[in-house]
Structure formats: structure tokens, C-alpha cells
Design a binder for this molecule. Structure first.
Ligand SMILES: Cc1cc2nc3c(=O)[nH]c(=O)nc-3n(C[C@H](O)[C@H](O)[C@H](O)COP(=O)(O)O)c2cc1C
Length: 217
């Protein structure tokens, strides 16, 4: 991003000083609105606008959250990629309910998404896996995500092992790695406004239809 582009972003979005924050207008599709806000976040110069918090709940009812990167989204859901032997995915095996959270501070915006999660198809996982750089592909094989390290060099040694094993050949998709798609039932858009008169526009799925309402901030 050039200096001029950064300046334009700051004037457009910066802290709500240069321009008043717009009120959210009712929009019939939460996906359309998500698309607009995600595009704004990408233009804003925020580092990793696609970073989102993912919350899971384990079999004891203990919630936990961590950041991941949103890799794609459309009407069928929001997709990220991870290790299927990870803590989060063990939680989803017990309880497929999930919450996602985006916060774009310079835009004074937050999006909350709640729904259920399921694996992407192996084909979709493979397509994404092979689009990654080679180091990340080997890293996926090397990391026993969420498992205890036996010693400090373990990860390095495992990386070297798989680097040697795959040589210059194609690296196969590990069967323990792939995408998770979030099927949303609730999406809430929060826009910060002056005097704490923030706007909260909510979409709730009833059958095949999205119902809209606003909440007090
Ligand atoms: C900005 C950021 C992006 C991340 N993206 C991912 C991701 O896309 N997939 C992933 O599995 N872990 C990602 N991580 C690591 C996770 O936060 C987490 O440490 C890991 O998934 C293990 O979580 P778990 O033990 O709860 O399953 C990211 C971390 C940060 C800080």
C-alpha cells in the first residue's frame, strides 16, 4: 500500500475523526454486507484483516478461543484450515457449535458469527493445501498441533524429516489436515458511533430465511 493510499484510508476510516461513521443501512443479505465490510477492512491497511477468533466448547462445557485466518466465504459458509487432531477440532467432534469474531479497530467495526461447523471436502482441502508455499505444506506434516512437545528441537527435527521424505516431489494432503466450514445461523454487525450510540444489526436464520433486527448497543 502506498503512502497516499494509507493516508486516504486514515482519512476515510481513521478513528472516526475525519468522517462521521455511517449508520448501517438494512441490507437483505448478511453475506452482501459481510462482503462489503471485509472489502473495507482489506482497504483499510489493517494487518491481517482476515484474522478472526474461533471459539469452541469442550465436552465439559469449557469454552476456548484462538485466532485463525479466514480463507474463503460465500453463502455456504466461512472457511478456515487447521489440523483435524487439534484441540479445537476435538471440541467440534463433541459439540459442532462454533462462534467467530472479527474486530477491525480502525473501522470501529465488529462482526459476530454463530453457527455449526463441518469439514470441507477432501478435494477443497487438497486444492487449498497445494496452493500454499512448500514450507507451509511441510509444516502441516511436521506439526502435531495442540500436542505436547517432547523437547525443543522436536518440531525442527520433524520438519527436516518430512523435507527429506518428500524431496522435490508433490507433497500429499495429510489426512489429519483440512478445512472447516462454518454454517452461520446468526450474524451480527456492530458499528461504533459517537456518544456510544453504536449500531447493532443482526441477522438470524429461520429455516431458509434470514430475519433482521437491531439491538440496543
Ligand atoms: C493471526 C493468527 C492466525 C492464525 N491462523 C491459524 C489458522 O488459520 N489455522 C490454525 O490452525 N491455526 C492458526 N493460528 C494458530 C491458532 O491460534 C492456534 O494456536 C492453533 O490453531 C491451535 O489451537 P487449538 O490448540 O486450540 O486447536 C493462528 C494464530 C494467529 C495469532
Amino acid at each position: 500500500m502506498t503512502f497516499l493510499e494509507k493516508l486516504r484510508c486514515l482519512l476515510t476510516f481513521g478513528q472516526g475523526v475525519a468522517l462521521p461513521l455511517t449508520e448501517i443501512s438494512a441490507n437483505s443479505s448478511p453475506f452482501e454486507l459481510f462482503k462489503q465490510w471485509f472489502a473495507d477492512a482489506n482497504k483499510s491497511g489493517i494487518l491481517l484483516p482476515e484474522a478472526m477468533s474461533v471459539s469452541s466448547v469442550d465436552s465439559n462445557g469449557q469454552p476456548s478461543s484462538r485466532m485463525v485466518l479466514l480463507k474463503s466465504f460465500d453463502e455456504s459458509g466461512f472457511v478456515f484450515y487447521t489440523n483435524y487432531d487439534s484441540r479445537k477440532n476435538h471440541d467440534f467432534g463433541e459439540n459442532n457449535k462454533i462462534a467467530l469474531l472479527f474486530h477491525w479497530n480502525v473501522l470501529q467495526r465488529q462482526i459476530r458469527i454463530e453457527g455449526t461447523v463441518e469439514k470441507t471436502t477432501p478435494q477443497q482441502s487438497a486444492d487449498y493445501f497445494h496452493s500454499r508455499d512448500r514450507g507451509s505444506q511441510i509444516g502441516a506434516w511436521a506439526s502435531k498441533q495442540s500436542n505436547k512437545l517432547h523437547h525443543d528441537n522436536e518440531l525442527k527435527e520433524r520438519f527436516a524429516k518430512y523435507e527429506k521424505k518428500f524431496g522435490d516431489g508433490e507433497i500429499p494432503l495429510p489426512d489429519f489436515w483440512g478445512g472447516l466450514r462454518v454454517d452461520p445461523q446468526y450474524i451480527e454487525f456492530w458499528q461504533g458511533r459517537s456518544s456510544r450510540l453504536h449500531d447493532r444489526l443482526c441477522f438470524e436464520k429461520k429455516g431458509d430465511q434470514w430475519q433482521q433486527f437491531k439491538l440496543h448497543p
